[in-house]
Design a protein around this ligand. Structure first.
Ligand code: TYD
Length: 685
């Protein structure tokens, strides 16, 4: 083997982030996108804070509306212009688009504190958002152009992360910048610093993209319209209530963002308080996104989704009523966790069990975006209409702000959405929620008592006896070993039934004659499979099951695996279909142990003394396939199999089989019993 010094990924290793990180152009683009992403997320609090500062002398209603106006301007392009952005971005050079997008955003953001006017702040927010839509379309796809084909899905995933992870960082940076500004700037200029920092970040991003080499990519960029996706509904149409759940959780999170700047002002915190609440929300969201698919493994994901929405709504109730900034920031973080968990759970529910390459979250994304737009447009005016109330409660005062009231209304609507969504999504009707949750906390799926009784009975019935099957090709010696095992078990006092396939019952004898008679010609493979399955159904119903229910040990010479190996692998028919037919024929009865004796077909066939029957007369390739089939079956379920080389001495094989059988006996025979008592009879077959 030659070594080049470079570490190569293991060929079997799944393509992943570690392989991506070793591709230099990808890594550099990823960093540049992360910096742009930081600017993108910073622009949200920076521009809204600017609107609040510019309306600082107006009443709370006007301030709330100004902040809401900026948020609307930031969201409208994402909802309405996405398809155009995709078409435009497809026609342009990827690197140049990223470069121009960052440079434009630098200039626009920088102009806001310089012009210092509310209408321009709105216009700037709209323009920044328009540029960001084109930027996002390119940023989501460009990294995939820098990696080999097999790494493209991972590159797309990683690009999405580069755009999202800076959100909590931006909130923290904003909070710090606001603190610094508070100590150094006059009241009217406090929001300027955050805008300068945002512009600076975009400038760094521009330099980062300028330093990149070519970013190839000629394939069209598809950015479907969120409104169209919304009206088409989820891909999995049966997921009733999912849209409502996502809308509920977006309503809760969106309402906080919509009024946070003004509400935190009422609670005595300026921009820094606003930054703290946004930090709580975004850090919580990130944590919740991570937690969603991992938490409470055995618990129904659909139930979890409904519960997460209800939890987010309840958190918002607390946020709306409590008048302490620290508590509000912490409870908002909890709201973020619930919202993030709801989001990732919705994606899991939509994706089902099938890992899919195309984004399962397109539908929830559209619902969230459109809901957020409606919320930021409606909640601030609602707060203004309600206005503030002052209550004199004797011992103390309670100031009920319009923002708090609007949050409470949003919380109640989100709660309603959560409750309805829970009902609709629930896939465990009638299973008590608390017991279900408690069991999931212990890593179990809750089984209602009545169902448990039925299952216990089934298990008890199944577990009364023991079922051992011997399998192998022709002349492997399984008949001999099955008999030896039965004698050994009887010697230890067990009630043992020895039986075989085909032909253990009266009907079975007739079927056996048909199946093995060389005079039977032209029997189709399917008919042969069904005849063996019919023999087996009769065998299980009339011999095996009654014996097991009595508590006996059943030792069978051949069982289902023979059909899988001979009719499946040997006759080259679909093995899964044969397994399904046999599962039905046997009522799902599976041996506790299957002893597989392996022998090369030539050796095995050479051992036979009687004239070859219909199956034995098959060509050597058929028997080779059968042997390989048995082997594959054993490999797929190693815990149920004991695989032995049948060319070994008979005594050795018997001993190994006995050791293995001991492990599954209801009342195990202590190892070494025979050595101590010397009562083991000498068996000759
Ligand atoms: P049998 O005389 O019982 O011989 P063996 O000692 O090999 O078990 O013959 C059974 C034949 O039937 C054997 O060649 C394997 C074949 N067979 C199938 O093809 N499918 C099946 O499901 C079973 C049980 C057996």
């Amino acid at each position: 083997m030659t070594r080049t010094g470079a570490t190569r990924p293991h060929p079997a290793a799944p393509p992943g982030v570690s392989s991506l990180a070793s591709i230099r152009p990808f890594r550099r683009l990823w960093i540049a996108l992360s910096v742009s992403g930081l600017g993108h997320w910073l622009s949200v609090p920076a521009l809204t804070a600017m609107a609040a500062t510019l309306t600082r002398d107006d009443d709370a209603a006007a301030r709330a509306q100004a902040v809401g106006g900026v948020l609307v301007a930031l969201l409208v392009p994402a909802v309405l212009l996405a398809p155009f952005a995709g078409t435009l971005a497809s026609r342009l050079d990827r690197r140049l688009t990223l470069l121009v997008a960052d440079a434009l955003r630098f200039v626009i953001v920088l102009s806001v504190p310089l012009l210092d006017a509310l209408p321009w702040t709105f216009a700037a927010a709209f323009l920044v958002a328009c540029v960001s839509v084109v930027w996002s379309a390119v940023a989501a796809t460009a990294p995939a152009g820098l990696v080999p084909d097999e790494l493209r899905p991972a590159a797309r995933h990683s690009a999405a992360r580069a755009m999202c992870w800076p959100a909590p960082v931006a909130a923290v940076v904003f909070a710090f910048v606001a603190l610094i500004a508070k100590g150094t700037f006059g009241e009217g200029d406090r929001a300027d610093l955050a805008l300068y920092v945002t512009a600076g970040v975009f400038l760094v991003a521009t330099a980062g993209v300028a330093a990149l080499g070519e970013v190839p990519g000629t394939e069209p960029i598809g950015t479907p319209s969120p409104l169209r996706i919304l009206f088409q509904g989820p891909r999995q149409q049966d997921v009733r209530g999912l849209g409502l759940a996502v809308a509920g959780v977006s309503l809760a999170a969106g309402a906080v963002v919509a009024v946070a700047r003004v509400h935190t002002g009422h609670l005595g915190g300026g921009d820094a308080g606003y930054g703290a609440v946004l930090t709580g929300l975004t850090v919580g969201l990130g944590f919740g996104l991570f937690l969603g698919p991992r938490v409470l493994g055995p618990f129904s994901r659909r139930r979890l989704l409904g519960l997460a929405v209800i939890a987010a709504a309840l958190a918002l109730v607390v946020v709306s009523l409590v008048q302490n900034l620290v508590v509000v920031a912490f409870v908002t973080a909890f709201l973020g966790v619930a919202a993030g968990a709801a989001w990732s759970t919705a994606a899991v529910v939509l994706a089902g069990d099938e890992p899919s390459e195309d984004r399962p979250d397109a539908f929830p994304r559209s619902v969230a975006l459109v809901t957020a737009l409606v919320v930021v447009a409606a909640v601030p005016p609602l707060a203004g209409v309600i206005g503030s109330r002052h209550y004199d409660l004797g011992d103390g005062d309670y100031d009920f702000q319009g923002t708090g009231a609007a949050l409470l209304i949003a919380a109640l609507l989100a709660l309603l959405a959560g409750l309805v969504a829970f009902r609709r999504l629930d896939d465990r009707h009638g299973v008590p929620l608390v017991a279900d949750l408690r069991a999931a906390l212990h890593g179990r799926v809750y089984t209602p008592p009545e169902q448990a009784v039925v299952e216990d009975r089934r298990v008890a019935r199944r577990e009364r006896g023991v079922f051992i099957a011997f399998e192998g090709g022709e002349g492997a010696g399984k008949t001999t070993q099955a008999r030896l095992a039965a004698i050994w078990l009887r010697d230890h006092g067990y009630d043992v039934i020895t039986t075989q396939e085909p032909g253990a019952t009266k009907i079975g004898m007739r079927l056996r004659a048909m199946l093995l008679d060389r005079e039977t010609t032209g029997l189709s493979s399917r008919a042969e499979t069904l005849l063996y399955a019919a023999d087996r159904a009769d065998h299980v119903a009339n011999v095996i099951r009654p014996a097991m229910e009595r508590g006996a040990i059943v030792v069978s010479d051949r069982y289902v695996d023979s059909s899988l190996a001979y009719q499946g692998y040997g006759r080259e028919q679909p093995v899964e279909e044969i397994a399904r037919v046999n599962a039905w024929a046997t009522g799902g009865l599976v041996p506790d142990l299957t002893v597989l004796l392996e022998v090369p077909p030539q050796t095995g066939l050479g051992r036979l003394s009687a004239p070859a029957d219909r199956i034995e007369s098959e060509p050597n390739e058929f028997h080779e396939r059968v042997r390989a089939g048995f082997h594959a079956l054993a490999e797929a379920e190693p815990e149920r199999y004991l695989v032995l080389d049948a060319s070994r001495p008979q005594g050795e094989l018997s001993r190994e089989i006995q050791y293995r059988i001991r492990e599954i006996l209801p009342d195990p025979i202590p190892a070494g019993t025979e050595d101590v008592t010397s009562t083991f009879p000498i068996i000759t077959d």
